[in-house]
Design a protein around this ligand. Sequence first.
Ligand SMILES: *Cc1c(COP(=O)(O)O)cnc(C)c1O
Length: 367
Amino acid sequence: MIPFLDLKSVNKPHQLAIQAAAEHVLTSGWYILGQEVAAFEHQFADYCQTKHCIGVANGLDALTLVLKAWNFPVDSEVIIASNAYIASVLSITHAGLTPILVEPDPYTCLLDPANIESAITERTKAILPVHLYGRCCDMASILALAERYNLKVLEDAAQAHGATYGKKRAGNLGEAAGWSFYPSKNLGALGDAGAITTNDDALATQLRAWRNYGSSQKYVTDYQGHNSRLDELQAAILSAKLPLLDQENNRRRMLAQTYLSGIRHPAIKLPPADQPEQDVWHLFVIRHPRRDDLRAYLQERGIGTDVHYPIPPHYQKAYASYAQLSFPISEQLHREVLSLPLNPALTDAEVAYIIDTINEFSKEWSE
Ligand SMILES: *Cc1c(COP(=O)(O)O)cnc(C)c1O
């Protein structure tokens, strides 16, 4: 049996370092906003080549806090791809703003710059490119539009730890970026954790206070802030794992390359292979018109898969007012996408077995 993702195996190479980090935090007697958080913030800012990193409780908070800090008028609009992860859409709503969904590029599954301009109104204030599956959005086009229309750009980098765009790292491409270190991400904690990266000094100062009740000094409250703190234990674990991130991303790239060259099936669409060094392959997502049949077939042969994601945001009950909208590209993606196992713990033999099994999938089901 090859599970879609076995976090126990993924964390196994880090076990000693994680245990040492936990021991260190335990005996330090300091558990919230101390040296471990400060150290991880420095390391992660360095890694992303940004001036600031602010640790927060999770990825949703990271995005929400930035959007709130920008203090746009109520009813302001934020443009996002209609196949984005639901947390990315929720962050816009939680900040009191309106998500404006636009069709993604059907090939990359990312925000399509060609669909942004027609969605811009006088209420539009920001664009939220989600670097879905570990590949950066077409930031040159997005940033050019943002400049032309005076919009902020908030990267959702929760699936793109270590991804690059040109010479820059994800997290250093817009005004700010939200990160998640949810356990299954390329850099994952052993619980919830998140961060914001930015080069904006004032924003960083405000967010540092906001994550901690709005206090820049103990018992002095400058803003009606939040409690969204990254804790010492998770920060120490993330610092222990960060040095191996590039190596793990390289392993993901190798496995992705093996899938890309090995899968030969007339009805399967493979993910884009044009940026092998830039993408970090958080997920390896293929497409098939009979996705559910393929998924069941693989399951019967001991191969676990997942679907990212089965229901588009505009069909979620939480966004009932969007239900009458139509996004054919996005809807088709949600029907067809299938994520194959891809993580640093996966073996070459497992990938070879998965490829052979996929290639044997009934050819008459090629639509
Ligand atoms: C995981 C994820 C989030 C949310 O992160 P949490 O830490 O679970 O709140 C947001 N956006 C994307 C693209 C994600 O993958």
